[in-house]
Write a protein that binds this ligand. Structure first.
Ligand code: DAH
Length: 348
């Protein structure tokens, strides 16, 4: 047997043992590498008889080609097998990626906006850094008026504006009323202003930054029935068809008459009792939503709107509050809402 036959049979037996790409690479180096079997053999050709040399040389070159081809084939079959093994098994149970979600307050804002947009209210967010004029004067609370005390306010330490007064963090979304009247210049106005508000309170029922949504509707012949109709509509859309709205007389400087709006309790539906027992969710069958009323003529005038020709209604409620009332839960500490604790947030 010539040397090239020995190399060939040794190669074939090694080829059979290859099970991985790295095995394959080793075999390739051993036979075709610079100092591999083939080259070593070729370097010895000079020792062979010249008449034999050509024949042997041709044979070795043939063998070199064969080795290359076989290694290439082996590589392809290895790659195919690897692909098969890696194939996705669609019957395996799926892998769940952890998923983020919207903050409950964002969910509530989107829902409130959608409900009012359906009846033609334009969704806006008026500034949270505001002038005193929009937060107070324009709303019938002149400088020094005691009603201002209800809206404990963060004032900004800056130069006051000659007409608009001090800069502040708006304590309520009602400051958007005058802005919207002046933006549109002429009724009809249907605005829903959802924005951040600030008051310096930090306890289990208060956070210094919270959200309100403020509705304002001004047109010819707007009356109390329009307000009540809008409240009923919102309560049924947001809390569910079985819930009712009611209004109680109250006082605000910027509305006349003014009301507080209640929604019937979701547990006892306004009865105050459940199977003869006192309802555990509410005290009297009703839960307090927030303020509302018919826009005071002074407020219309400040917005350059003629109160003899136009009238309007307004309401302003807390987003966190309506959200909690909808979900029928009481947070022991409202601050949890803004704690960023995922154990709380994951529930919505
Ligand atoms: N701005 C009031 C507050 O923060 C809420 C309010 C009451 C808004 C009556 C209104 C309204 O638009 O008509 O307490």
């Amino acid at each position: 047997m010539s040397d090239s036959d020995t190399i060939r049979s040794a190669f074939l037996s090694e080829l059979n043992k290859i099970t991985s790409l790295s095995d394959l690479e080793n075999v390739k180096i051993r036979y075709l590498g610079r100092k591999g079997e083939i080259n070593t053999f070729l370097s010895k050709l000079k020792n062979i008889q010249p008449n034999e040399r050509k024949k042997v040389g041709l044979k070795v070159n043939e063998l070199k080609k064969e080795i290359k081809k076989r290694l290439e084939e082996r590589k392809v079959s290895l790659l195919l097998r690897q692909e098969k093994e890696l194939k996705i098994d669609v019957t395996l149970p799926g892998f769940k990626y952890p998923r983020g979600g919207l903050h409950p307050v964002t969910i509530a804002i989107e829902e409130v906006a959608k409900i009012f947009e359906k009846i033609g209210f334009i969704h806006l967010s008026y500034p949270e850094v505001e002038w005193e004029y929009y937060a107070f004067e324009s709303l019938n609370m002149p400088d020094g008026h005691p009603a201002r005390d209800d809206f404990e306010t963060f004032f900004i330490d800056s130069k006051p504006h000659p007409k608009l007064g001090q800069m502040l963090l708006t304590p309520h979304t009602s400051s958007g009323q005058n802005r919207e009247m002046k933006r549109l210049k002429k009724p009809p106005i249907r605005m829903i202003n959802i924005a951040r508000c600030y008051r310096p309170n930090w306890d289990v029922t208060h956070v210094p930054m919270f959200y309100q949504f403020e509705g304002l509707c001004v047109d010819e012949r707007i009356n109390l029935t329009h307000l009540k109709g809008t409240l009923d509509y919102f309560v049924k859309e947001f809390f569910g068809a079985k819930r009712e709205a009611r209004v109680r007389p109250f006082h605000f400087q910027f509305t006349e008459p003014s009301f507080e709006v209640d929604v019937s309790c979701g547990a006892c539906f306004g009865k105050g009792t459940v199977s003869g027992e006192k309802c555990r969710v509410c005290k009297s069958g009703w839960l307090e939503l927030g303020g509302a009323g018919m826009v005071h003529p002074f407020v219309l005038k400040e917005g350059d709107i003629d109160p003899k020709k136009y009238s309007g209604f307004a309401f302003g409620w807390g987003v966190e509050r309506v959200f909690m009332m909808k979900e029928d839960f009481k947070l022991d500490d409202l601050r949890t809402m803004y704690s960023g604790d995922v154990r709380f947030l994951e529930q919505f």
